[in-house]
Design a protein around this ligand. Structure first.
Ligand SMILES: C[S@@+](CC[C@H](N)C(=O)[O-])C[C@H]1O[C@@H](n2cnc3c(N)ncnc32)[C@H](O)[C@@H]1O
Length: 327
């Protein structure tokens, strides 16, 4: 398999270099050939990058940020085909990675990102292992670096979340809840809502011991949070079983219990799922009015969270289809 370093200086804030196959490059004209140029006024950004004790650099809010407000927009500057490392001899691989970085107008925007991986033999391998997010370019999995998002530390009860747009290798960060000036902005690097043991296991690939506020709280608080998370997971599973057993009233009751527990763990991304479950239950009970009410509530959460622009008849029809087909 042949890999090359392709660069487009007119992509996002800093241009982009992609180490990939010529086939993937040919399928990625939008990213590699078109100008996706964004400018911004740095002086009005609602955050700044600072040193955070015990975590290297991090991002803090410089003003109040409202729930679901978009607080950061970033573009991938560097991307590498995931199969590259296993298919190319190490030395050739490192050379190509460095060539790709040097083709950028500002190689330091990549080379100076955080490095905390103890197994990496090269600076760019370290940067990738410490900071990259998985993303698809066309149909092919790649690792991608978003220099500013890369400065956001992980928290197990994060106050922000990422929304990726693979088509343009763009990512935006929005607030899970209101964020106060001076508060550190955090995202979750792993699936949200897991208990301590599962989180530790999932974070092993990142190679750091989590020092977020939840993991640094007292044993009692950690145990209480774990118990609530366990209960939420159990109830979510029971909702699915209730539908499988044809028990919509039970599903309704369980979904309400999940909804009551979500705020204590700040698991706002799960609201939409539970409102959809309630719509599904009322659909089985042939209550058209309530089906519509909860279907709309489910979709309105997605609008607020910035995943869709508005609730359309097509969204609702897709939901009815899913209910009818048991999906
Ligand atoms: C994507 S980078 C985040 C920005 C990084 N702190 C920097 O200085 O550029 C990920 C690295 O930050 C550190 N980090 C992130 N979240 C952390 C946390 N909750 N506790 C301790 N270290 C953390 C770890 O070294 C991790 O490998």
């Amino acid at each position: 398999m042949k890999y090359c370093a392709f660069t487009n200086s007119r992509h996002g804030f800093r241009g982009i270099s992609i180490v990939t196959t010529p086939e993937t490059a040919a399928d990625s004209m939008r990213i590699l050939d078109e100008a996706v140029v964004s400018t911004r006024n740095e002086s009005i950004l609602p955050y700044k990058i600072v040193d955070i004790p015990g975590k290297g650099k991090g991002v803090i809010a410089t003003r109040h940020i409202s729930q679901y407000e978009e607080l950061m927009l970033d573009y991938a500057t560097f991307a590498v085909d995931i199969s590259f490392a296993s298919r190319v001899p190490a030395r050739t691989g490192y050379q190509l990675l460095h060539l790709a970085a040097m083709q950028l107008a500002d190689p330091a925007s990549v080379l100076e990102l955080g490095q905390s991986n103890s197994f990496a033999a090269d600076v760019l391998e370290n940067v990738l292992r410490t900071n990259a997010f998985n993303t698809m370019i066309g149909e092919v999995p790649h690792m991608a670096l978003y220099p500013e998002v890369s400065r956001i530390n992980h928290a197990c009860k994060p106050n922000a979340y990422t929304r990726f747009i693979p088509r343009s290798l763009e990512v935006s960060v929005a607030a899970v809840r209101d964020i106060q000036p001076g508060e550190e902005i955090t995202i979750s690097y792993i699936t949200i809502g897991q208990e301590t043991v599962q989180r530790k296991r999932a974070l092993e690939v990142w190679g750091f011991e989590c020092k977020c506020s939840l993991c640094s709280s007292s044993q009692n608080e950690i145990a209480a949070s774990d118990a609530r998370r366990r209960q939420i997971e159990t109830l979510r599973g029971q909702v699915v079983e209730a539908f499988q057993d044809g028990k919509p009233f039970q599903a309704l009751r369980l979904s309400r219990q999940v909804l009551n527990l979500l705020p204590s763990e700040e698991l706002f991304p799960l609201y939409s799922e539970q409102y959809e479950n309630m719509a599904r239950a009322y659909w089985f009970l042939r209550d058209r009015e309530k089906t519509m009410k909860y279907a709309k509530m489910s979709l309105e959460v997605l609008v607020e969270q910035g995943y869709i622009e508005r609730v359309t008849p097509e969204h609702l029809e897709a939901m009815w289809r899913n209910f009818a087909e048991g999906r």
